[in-house]
Design a protein. Structure first.
Length: 289
């Protein structure tokens, strides 16, 4: 039985517990309210030009209201595809190394991964500009900007996220799976490839989707690498992207383009939301399995 002396202490703990639960609930409601207000505001401002023709037409310099962002969507898809092609193999293989290796070198790699994850995106864009765009432009004046360079910049930003996600997911795989596979005489590399990686697949894919959602709206690195384009162009040359189109429309002196900037922003945030929801769905699927 609880003594009378401890009754005030228990009452104080219950009060503090209820207080902090209420505080956490209020903070959660505030966060959801902010997100809801942002989405509602973007929808209200961007619904004007949010129609099918807006996604199937190129910009119209004569009558901006008749233009669209088709080239920006295709450019963003191409750039993000290149970023995925760079970040997935490097990130997963590096994550496997971090999960398997031991010693000071592994600790240094993990520390440098965290440092790379914290570098501002504009610095990465400037880095690609210095080692890629400028040297190429010196040999071929007027050239150098390309969607490939933009994809490389975004890919570098995604690598540390994919690495850390892979590392964490591999550590969550039960040791019994390792032991069972190795006990059957399976080499360690085959165990990793055919047993451990499939078990951590959902978590790794979720990390990739979250990394993709993060870099999808980055503008600063693209300003230094892809330049932008008013027309459809090859990925080896200047291309447009949704963040660049949003920046251009938002800073334009034309009120029509200012209004179209909100529709572009709505498109971009919907893409990010879809990627985030997909990542959440994959996470739940992984837990069920």
């Amino acid at each position: 039985m609880t003594s009378l002396a401890s009754t005030p202490v228990l009452f104080q703990r219950r009060v503090l517990n209820a207080l902090f639960q209420a505080l956490c609930g209020i903070c959660a409601v505030i966060a959801i309210a902010v997100l809801g207000y942002v989405l509602w505001f973007l929808f209200r401002q961007g619904i004007t030009y949010f129609k099918p023709s807006f996604f199937t037409r190129l910009p119209d310099n004569v009558n901006p209201a008749l233009g669209g962002i088709k080239h920006s969507i295709l450019g963003s898809v191409s750039i993000l595809g290149i970023a995925l092609g760079i970040s997935i193999p490097i990130g997963i293989l590096s994550g496997i190394y971090q999960a398997e290796a031991n010693g000071k070198l592994c600790q240094i790699v993990r520390f440098l991964t965290d440092v790379l994850n914290g570098i501002p995106s504009i610095v990465i864009g400037l880095f690609i500009y210095a080692i890629w765009i400028l040297p190429y432009a010196q040999k071929h004046p007027g050239q150098g900007y390309s969607g490939i360079a933009g994809g490389a910049a975004l890919g570098i930003m995604m690598i540390p996220l994919v690495m850390r996600t892979t590392d964490e997911m591999l550590h969550l795989v039960p040791q019994s799976l390792w032991d069972a596979s190795l006990a059957l005489g399976t080499p360690r590399w085959r165990t990793m490839l055919f047993v451990v990686l499939p078990s951590a697949r959902n978590g790794i894919v979720t990390g990739i989707m979250l990394a993709l959602a993060r870099v999808a709206g980055e503008t600063a690195p693209l300003l230094f690498t892809v330049l932008g384009n008013e027309f459809l162009g090859p990925i080896t040359g200047p291309v447009d992207a949704l963040p660049l189109r949003l920046y251009k429309y938002a800073t334009s002196s034309d009120p029509v383009q200012n209004a179209m900037a909100w529709s572009t922003a709505l498109t971009l945030i919907l893409i990010v939301l879809i990627l985030s929801i997909l990542a959440r769905f994959l996470t739940r699927a992984g837990k069920r399995s």
